[in-house]
Write a protein that binds this ligand. Structure first.
Ligand code: BG6
Length: 482
C-alpha cells in the first residue's frame, strides 16, 4: 500500500552547474584568472589533480595562455551559448537552475575597489534569460574558485583577509540582483575544504599532515564567518531571499555490526556534518572542539566570530549526493577526487569512475538531515558521470543515466512520505561539462550532449539525449511518471 504524499506542487526541479566547468571565456571581458583554471587535466581518470598545486605550478599556468592543459578555461562555452542552453533547460520544464558566479569575473584580482561591469553584465543577461522562462536562479557564490591573485598574495582563505574581499563581492551581487534571485548558497561542498586547495584556494602541498589540517580548518573558519556575514548582508539587502549552506554529503556505513566499526562510522559522519552543524546551528559542536584539542589544532577566532555564527545561521540546507561510503575501525579516511573513498561496499554497483551507486543512501541521508536540523532541504547535485555513445543518426541512448536518476528520485519521494521537507532537486550537469576532479569532458552527466572531446576538439553543438525527454516527463508529471 502506498502512502499518498508525493512531491509538493511547487517542488523545484532543475539542474546545477559551476562557472568554471561550463562558461569558458576564461579571459574575456576583463575576467581574471581563477584557482580552477590553473589546475591541470588528470592523466588518469581515477585520480584527481585538484590538489596538485604548488607556487611553481601556478607560475607555469599563468605563463601559459592556452587551455590545452587547463580544460576549465574552455568549459563548454556557456558564455556564448547561454541563450541556447537556457532555452533547452526551459524545454525540459526547469523550475530552477543552480549556477555559480565566477568571483574573478566581478573582481578580476579579488581586491579591486570597483567591480568589473562587463562581468556583471554577463550575469545580468543570464538571470534575465532565466526569468523570461520563469526559471528561478539559485546561485552559488563560491564554487571551487577564487581570483588567483588572492592565492598568490594571501594564500587564499587561510588568511582572514579573504573575508573582507569576499563580502565586498557578495554585497555587489546581492544589490545588483535584489528581488531576482530567491536562493543563494555560500560555499560549494564546504566540507571538501578539509581536503585542500580546490576549495580553500590555499596552497598547502608543501606542508606536513598536521600543518595542512591546521591551515585548512583555519581557512574553513574564515569561510564560516564569511558565510554568516553574507547571510546577514542578504537578509538586509533582500529580505525575501534565502541563504543556504552546501556540503558533499557522505553517508558512512559501518563495515560490520562490530560496535567499534559503528562508532568509526559515526565519527566519519560527524566529520562530514560538522560543517552543517556550524552553518545551521551556529556553533562549533563539542565533538569537533575535542577533535581539534586532541590533534593540537588551534582555530584562531576574533572575539565577535562566535556571536556572528550564532546570529546568522543559514535558512536552508543543501547537499550533493553521489554515493555512500564504508568505514572500519582504524581506517584512515582517504580521499579520491573531491570525494572520500572508504572501503568498498559489496552490495553496491559502481560507475566507470569507481563511484558506488546507492539510491537508498540518499533516503537515509535525507531522513537523517531532516531529523537533525528541521530545516528545508534541497538536493543540489546528484547524477551519473558516464561515457556516452552517439549513434549514427545522432541519438544518444543513455538508459543507464535514466536508471540512476529514477532510483534516486524514488528514494526522495519516500523521504517526503516520511515527512522530510525536501523543496528541490537539481541534477548535476544537466548539460555535459568539464569534470571537477579530472577535468575530463568524456565524464558526462548531461541530458544535453555537447560535441567536444577531452582535447577540446568538436563543434560544441548541443543535442538531446534520451534522458532529456525522460526528465521532461518527470517534471511535467511532478515526479509521478518516472
Ligand atoms: C561535486 C562538485 O563534487 O561533484 C562538482 O560540486 C563536480 O563541481 C561534481 O563536477 C561531480 O564531480 P566530477 O569530478 O565527476 O566532475
Amino acid at each position: 500500500k502506498t502512502y499518498p504524499l508525493s512531491f509538493p506542487k511547487d517542488f523545484l526541479w532543475g539542474g546545477a552547474t559551476a562557472a568554471n566547468q561550463v562558461e569558458g571565456a576564461w579571459d574575456a571581458d576583463g575576467k581574471g584568472l581563477t584557482t580552477a583554471e590553473v589546475v591541470k587535466k588528470a592523466e588518469n581518470r581515477r585520480e584527481t589533480t585538484m590538489g596538485d598545486v604548488t607556487k611553481q605550478s601556478i607560475k607555469t599556468a599563468i605563463k601559459d595562455h592556452s587551455d590545452k592543459f587547463y580544460p576549465k578555461r574552455r568549459g563548454v562555452d556557456f558564455y556564448h551559448h547561454y541563450k541556447e542552453d537556457i532555452k533547452l533547460f526551459a524545454e525540459m520544464g526547469f523550475k530552477v537552475y543552480r549556477f555559480s558566479i565566477a568571483w574573478g569575473r566581478i573582481f578580476p584580482q579579488g581586491d579591486e575597489k570597483e567591480p568589473n561591469e562587463a562581468g556583471l553584465a554577463f550575469y545580468d543577461k543570464v538571470i534575465a534569460e532565466l526569468l523570461k522562462y520563469n526559471i528561478k536562479p539559485l546561485i552559488t557564490l563560491s564554487h571551487y574558485e577564487m581570483p588567483i591573485n588572492l592565492t598568490l598574495k594571501h594564500n587564499g582563505w587561510s588568511d582572514r583577509h579573504a573575508i573582507k574581499e569576499f563580502t565586498r563581492f557578495t554585497e555587489v551581487v546581492f544589490k545588483r540582483y535584489r528581488g531576482k534571485v530567491p536562493y543563494w548558497l555560500t560555499f560549494n561542498e564546504i566540507n571538501t575544504g578539509a581536503w585542500g586547495f580546490h576549495e580553500t584556494g590555499a596552497i598547502d602541498s608543501d606542508l606536513n599532515e598536521h600543518d595542512q589540517l591546521q591551515l585548512r580548518y583555519q581557512a574553513l573558519h574564515h569561510q564560516f564567518v564569511a558565510s554568516a556575514l553574507a547571510t546577514k548582508q542578504l537578509h538586509e539587502i533582500d529580505p525575501k531571499a534565502q541563504m543556504g549552506c552546501m556540503i558533499a554529503r557522505m553517508q558512512t556505513y559501518p563495515a560490520t555490526p562490530n560496535p567499534t566499526d559503528v562508532r568509526a562510522a559515526q565519527v566519519a559522519d560527524e566529520q562530514n556534518l560538522f560543517f552543517t552543524d556550524v552553518q545551521a546551528r551556529g556553533e562549533y559542536p563539542e565533538y569537533m572542539n575535542r577533535y581539534f584539542a586532541e590533534n593540537e589544532l588551534q582555530i584562531t577566532m576574533e572575539p565577535q566570530d562566535q556571536k556572528l555564527l550564532k546570529q546568522f545561521p543559514v535558512d536552508f540546507i543543501t547537499f550533493s549526493y553521489y554515493m555512500s561510503t564504508v568505514t572500519k575501525a582504524g581506517d584512515k579516511q582517504k580521499t579520491v577526487g573531491n570525494f572520500a573513498s572508504g572501503g568498498r561496499n559489496p552490495y553496491l554497483e559502481e560507475s566507470d569512475w569507481g563511484w558506488q551507486i546507492d539510491p537508498i543512501g540518499l533516503r537515509v541521508t535525507l531522513n537523517e538531515l531532516w531529523d537533525r536540523y528541521r530545516l528545508p532541504l534541497m538536493v543540489v547535485e546528484n547524477g551519473l558521470g558516464a561515457v556516452d555513445k552517439v549513434e549514427a543518426d545522432g541519438s544518444i541512448h543513455d538508459a543507464y543515466r535514466i536508471d540512476y536518476l529514477r532510483k534516486h528520485i524514488v528514494e526522495m519521494q519516500e523521504a517526503i512520505r516520511d515527512g522530510v521537507e525536501l523543496i528541490g532537486y537539481t541534477t548535476w550537469g544537466p548539460i555535459d561539462l568539464i569534470s571537477a576532479s579530472t577535468s575530463e569532458m568524456s565524464k558526462r552527466y548531461g541530458f544535453i550532449y555537447v560535441d567536444q572531446d577531452d582535447a577540446g576538439n568538436g563543434s560544441l553543438k548541443r543535442s538531446r539525449k534520451d534522458s532529456f525527454y525522460w526528465y521532461q516527463r518527470v517534471i511535467s508529471s511532478n515526479g509521478d511518471s518516472l
